[in-house]
Design a protein around this ligand. Structure first.
Ligand SMILES: [Zn+2]
Length: 284
């Protein structure tokens, strides 16, 4: 018996599937310019060893729309919390969403030569392989009477379950490579350290609506400024010239109407980068 007609029919039946799949593949065909950053940061002190030292690990990428630092976080829940699997999942999702919304779209990077603006943001994922591990802890019961003691304060790798989203976002700032900006913290230099009473890396971490300074995003500007021209053209368009990049503050939501369509594009940009990341990790 000749089976060739059946095979031909099968091939024809598969063809529409192949056609349907090809546009989706085309969308993710443009690979972002990405690099892994792994470094140790030390805060200077008078003693021989640094007062504070921490490891920073993340992937930063530019996809033609946005510049994103992507951190994979392993949240471990301490036993006394007594969280169920569902409570852990809910807590992680909430922490991820709030820290991202606090850091995202505060600044953008503008290319003044090519008249383009790129969203700047962070992307937290919890799937691994991990860049950081955080212990989610129950705050000691007597911390109300001694809030300043070390074991009553969050740090980069120990987050109390009941701390404010801004405190968690401050600790996440250290994972981005940022120093503290308050006396007694992990400051950038011994003499005349960078301090602020309202910035999220300073005492503004205690404020529900802290200030975001351009210096927190300088690394994003430096990163895109260092992308080779051929790579920049591949992602931003073949017609672009060598860019000149500056950080610009993103307006508050109430003034977006004046800012125009670009602000909406900025919001979409970070989300788009995030989807691309997800697809990449599924692919590899
Ligand atoms: Zn800190």
């Amino acid at each position: 018996m000749n089976t060739r007609p059946a095979v031909a029919l099968l091939s024809l039946a598969l063809l529409p599937l192949a056609l349907a799949a090809s546009p989706a593949r085309a969308i993710v065909a443009i690979e972002p310019f990405s690099e892994q950053v792994s470094t140790t940061i030390a805060s200077p002190s008078d003693s021989p060893s640094p007062a504070y030292q921490w490891d920073v690990s993340y992937e930063r990428s530019f996809d033609g729309f946005s510049i994103v630092k992507h951190v994979e976080i392993n949240f471990l829940f301490e036993t006394p919390l007594g969280f169920t699997a569902q409570q852990k999942a809910d807590w992680k999702a909430q922490a991820e969403a709030s820290v991202e919304s606090i850091w995202n779209n505060k600044f953008a990077v503008r290319d003044t030569v090519n008249n383009r603006t790129y969203a700047v943001g962070v992307d937290i994922t919890v799937d691994g392989p991990f860049d950081q591990t955080i212990s989610v802890a129950q705050r000691p019961a007597d911390c109300g009477s001694r809030p300043g003691d070390l074991d009553c304060r969050d740090n980069m790798i120990k987050w109390f379950s009941d701390s404010t989203p801004v405190i968690h976002a401050h600790e996440f700032g250290h994972m981005l490579g940022l120093y503290d900006e308050y006396d007694g913290g992990a400051v950038d230099k011994l003499n005349n350290p960078t301090l602020s009473s309202d910035g999220i890396m300073g005492l503004g971490a205690l404020d529900p609506d802290p200030v975001f300074y351009a210096r927190y995003f300088q690394q994003y500007r430096d990163f895109i400024g260092g992308i080779p021209l051929a790579e920049y053209q591949r992602l931003a368009g073949s017609g672009v010239a060598q860019g000149n990049f500056v950080l610009v503050a993103v307006p508050e939501p109430g003034t977006w109407a004046m800012f125009g369509v670009g602000a909406v594009m900025l919001m979409a940009g970070v989300r788009r980068a995030r989807r691309a990341d997800t697809q990449r990790s599924l692919a590899s």
